[in-house]
Design a protein around this ligand. Structure first.
Ligand SMILES: *Cc1c(COP(=O)(O)O)cnc(C)c1O
Length: 378
């Protein structure tokens, strides 16, 4: 088994694995499971600081993004797609599939979206039903300030769909403060449960927009409205993956009990980035670093493939490359959720330093020593 230090899926703690092995009831018929489902949704709402309802969907993280777009988009709707990364741009496909007209607001992929510049754009461009944005665009690790961007969009009467899959619980998420209408998460990032579940918080405005549709939602599985009244009706739209939800609940309880989680992510992220720079390596981004993932440019002396392979073969640690236009150009260290602990990070930095030296990349200092020093002081 590799030590996985990838930006999702992440390590899964033993109590989460054990919870998934619990004895199963019939989740369609057993009232106890109905209560358990509702309580787990409530736990998510609490952890995400919202009075909005949260739904857990039986499908991987992508299902939440698609369901949000399917549920809000009517044919011909104009949708503003904020794009400074691969997931950001990807929302345009979901909008198009459901008949909407995506309008890309594309900015340079090495910096976060600037709310002042967006404000200027919104003064000139009108008529958007909703906007999509990504909290942490994981392939580059860029972090967008959803707590400023969403209220700005709301001021212009634009609903927001936020992908916080790889940011939540490693970065601050306060849904009510952000006034985010649909905010999506997944089980396999900082939550640190295995892949398989998506979840979404849904505001009153988003529910109204769904209720006021003139056309039906063009999907059953990617449809948030099919859950309407499930608790009162004691009826799920499809059989819920009960073991996955048992695991998720245990993972959420780990988060609930871990009061230092955000601070630890901040310290690890900062120490990792600074150590990378001090060693003479280059961070991929200019600004807007998420504390859940560090993305570095591959040094000229070697290749991403060689780094990842050496890390696996010689040190048993799995890092990640990237995809799309970033494939081959960067290496990513995922320090989110259960990965975000000093021990594993120190080991990873040690192995990465040795790997790079083996591959002929000169380093200005020991990555591990610098990381450990910095972690104590940041
Ligand atoms: C991981 C992730 C998802 C879920 O997508 P998969 O690639 O299928 O894991 C969605 N959005 C973001 C930003 C993610 O990092």
């Amino acid at each position: 088994m590799y030590k996985i230090m990838t930006p999702g899926p992440t390590q899964v703690k033993e109590n989460v694995r054990m919870a998934r092995a619990r004895e199963c009831t019939n989740p369609d018929l057993d009232g106890e499971f109905l209560e358990f489902y509702k309580e787990t949704c409530g736990q998510l709402s609490r952890l995400l600081h919202t009075s909005n309802e949260t739904l857990i969907l039986g499908g991987e993280g992508i299902l939440g993004l698609e369901a949000a777009c399917a549920s809000l988009t009517e044919p011909g709707d104009r949708v503003l797609v904020l794009d400074n990364g691969i997931f950001g741009k990807g929302f345009a496909d979901f909008v198009s599939i459901y008949g909407g007209k995506p309008e890309l607001y594309t900015v340079d992929g090495k910096n976060p979206i600037d709310p002042d510049v967006l404000d200027g754009y919104l003064k000139e461009h009108h008529g958007f039903k909703y906007a999509t944005l990504v909290h942490c665009d994981t392939p580059s690790g860029i972090l967008n300030d959803i707590h400023t961007l969403c209220p700005l969009l709301k001021k212009y009467g634009i609903l927001t769909v936020v992908d916080s899959v790889s940011a939540m619980f490693g970065e601050k998420v306060h849904v009510d403060e952000a006034q985010a209408d649909i905010l999506c998460g997944g089980s396999q990032k900082a939550v640190s449960a295995p892949p398989g579940l998506a979840f979404a918080t849904i505001s009153g405005d988003a529910k109204r927009a769904m209720a006021e549709r003139k056309t039906p939602i063009a999907s059953f599985y990617a449809n948030l409205k099919v859950f309407e009244g499930y608790y009162e009706k004691k009826w799920f739209p499809y059989t819920m993956p009960i073991s996955d939800i048992y695991g998720l609940q245990a993972a959420l309880s780990n988060i609930e009990q871990d009061s230092g989680m955000l601070l630890r992510h901040a310290r690890l992220g900062q120490a990792c980035r600074q150590a990378v720079k001090d060693a003479g390596l280059k961070l991929h981004l200019e600004q807007g670093f998420s504390n859940t993932v560090t993305v570095l440019d591959v040094p000229g002396e070697t290749t991403a493939e060689a780094i990842l392979e050496t890390m696996q073969k010689e040190y048993n640690i799995m890092l990640s490359g990237s995809f799309g236009s970033l494939a081959g150009h960067v290496v990513r260290i995922g320090h989110m959720g259960a990965n975000a602990n000093f021990q594993d990070m120190a080991e990873t930095m040690d192995a990465l330093g040795q790997t790079l030296e083996k591959l002929g990349v000169p380093l200005a200092c020991s990555l591990k020593e610098r990381f450990c020093q910095l972690y104590r002081t940041v």
